[in-house]
Design a protein around this ligand. Structure first.
Ligand SMILES: [Zn+2]
Ligand SMILES: [Zn+2]
Length: 449
């Protein structure tokens, strides 16, 4: 079974437009022509993609990737500035009066040992800015984003006669550590370069069939906080617990009580996550430890819910320590990592218009509204920098084999997710649909009058 219908041909698309009663003059772009251009360019794009995939770079070290993007944009006619926000790229194409549209691709890979078995699999190693050495993999698909960005830049440059306005295309560093967008903004992205009216991006998706485009209306991605709890105790002999304060028992109580923050203190209609992802304590069977360490990921959408969860974690940690009889000087240390990743908002009306438009151009079943997710992205920062003015959408573009995805959803073998060492999207479809969605949306937002 194939979850995707056959893409409509130009003739069928024209018929569809006629049936809708749309005159040819009301159609600013010939979508089928964009599709055709991409199909023709795809072999060359796959060469770029495979090269980027084989050569991933860690956050803030995307020098080679940035160079490839800068060169491509320069050759297409953009004015390019490099090293914005450390390794970021800003490519500007001014093309007359009209709105300013920003299109972003993120560039970094992850410290993951690739196990896809692909002929062009990464064998790269690197050392993070925190000093940790590892293998590197494009396990989040940012290589597909960069490739589609290059194609979008080329298409928009070739079609300058079809639009009017300013296009700002950015290659963003360090999405995976959550600070690259802010790094570019702090380096003067909106002062040194035209400030956008619209911000666009896409991310590949392991939950959509390859080539399908999706977008969430409203909250797209969540606030992401990392929290460390150091639970203190009084250590001693495992056979003499009465002489100790056991931090493992206390930390266990804290873990259990934390579950009530979401289940009992947060509205069932308000999404929230408190996950204890790491619990470390103790050295040996017969020693009661003097500390336990917990590491949490905390997710939310609204600022209020985020504040409630973070305050609640501190309250519960302290409350359980008091209940265990610990003295004041042994209260748990709760530290919330700064900075955190702020939730990404897809401007609702704007997103619905974008989806409706892409449906008419890419086919009804190829573009869908998707649910919000609790993953994180720093793309939302580009809108938050002027949130009363900027309208924004981040699309999902499916990368999963449609048949295997359908089987997995029917209870079959699960498929690899993003960040998995096995994540190998159908990159040609991601790149084709990603560049098509970005190009068509940008053309629609900057009509030639
Ligand atoms: Zn990622
Ligand atoms: Zn990503």
């Amino acid at each position: 079974m194939n979850a995707l219908p056959v893409r409509s041909t130009p003739a069928l698309a024209a018929l569809g437009l006629a049936a809708l009663g749309l005159a040819a003059t009301s159609v600013p772009v010939r979508a089928e022509a964009v599709t055709d251009s991409i199909a023709r360019d795809l072999p060359g794009l796959m060469t770029i993609y495979q090269d980027l995939h084989a050569n991933p770079e860690l956050s803030y070290q995307e020098v080679r990737s940035a160079g490839i993007m800068a060169k491509a944009a320069r050759e297409a006619g953009f004015t390019v500035t490099e090293k914005v926000g450390q390794t970021g790229v800003v490519a500007v194409l001014k093309n007359g009066e009209g709105p300013t549209v920003l299109i972003r691709a993120d560039m970094d890979g992850l410290p993951v040992v690739e196990q896809t078995g692909l002929a062009f699999a990464s064998k790269k190693r690197g050392t993070s800015t925190a000093g940790v050495e590892s293998r590197i993999m494009h396990a989040c698909g940012h290589d597909t984003h960069m490739t589609a960005w290059i194609e979008t830049a080329r298409l928009m440059a070739k079609r300058k006669s079809e639009w009017s306005g300013t296009l700002v295309m950015i290659g963003q560093p360090a999405e995976e550590v959550g600070t690259g967008a802010v790094s570019m903004l702090k380096d003067g992205l909106y002062q040194r370069f035209p400030k956008p009216d619209y911000t666009l991006a896409f991310h590949d998706s392991a939950d959509l069939p390859a080539g399908q485009v999706g977008a969430a209306v409203g909250w797209a991605l969540a606030n992401v906080d990392s929290v460390d709890i150091l639970v203190k105790g009084l250590g001693g002999h495992g056979a003499y617990p009465q002489a100790t304060k056991d931090p493992i028992v206390l930390a266990s109580a804290i873990v259990m009580k934390l579950q009530t923050l979401v289940s009992r203190e947060t509205s069932p209609l308000d999404p929230a996550v408190v996950t204890v992802g790491s619990f470390h304590a103790g050295a040996k069977h017969n020693i009661i430890s003097d500390q336990a360490k917990l590491e949490l990921t905390v997710r939310s959408y609204s600022d209020e819910t985020r504040a409630h969860l973070l305050d609640g974690i501190k309250r519960i940690a302290r409350g359980e320590a008091i209940a265990s009889g610990l003295p004041d000087n042994l209260m748990p240390d709760v530290s919330v990592k700064d900075p955190y990743t702020r939730a990404t908002w897809n401007s609702p009306e704007f997103t619905q218009e974008a989806v409706a438009d892409l449906k008419t151009r890419m086919g009804e079943a190829n573009v869908v509204i998707t649910p919000s997710v609790m993953g994180g992205e720093d793309f939302g920062e580009f809108r938050r920098a002027d949130e009363d003015h900027i309208k924004s959408v981040i699309f999902w573009v499916g990368g999963a084999d449609p048949q295997k995805l359908a089987a997995a959803k029917a209870g079959g073998p699960p498929l690899p997710s993003l960040h998995s060492p096995f994540w190998a999207p159908q990159a040609d479809k991601v790149i084709a649909s990603g560049s098509e969605a970005l190009t068509l949306t940008a053309l629609r937002l900057m009509p030639r009058k």
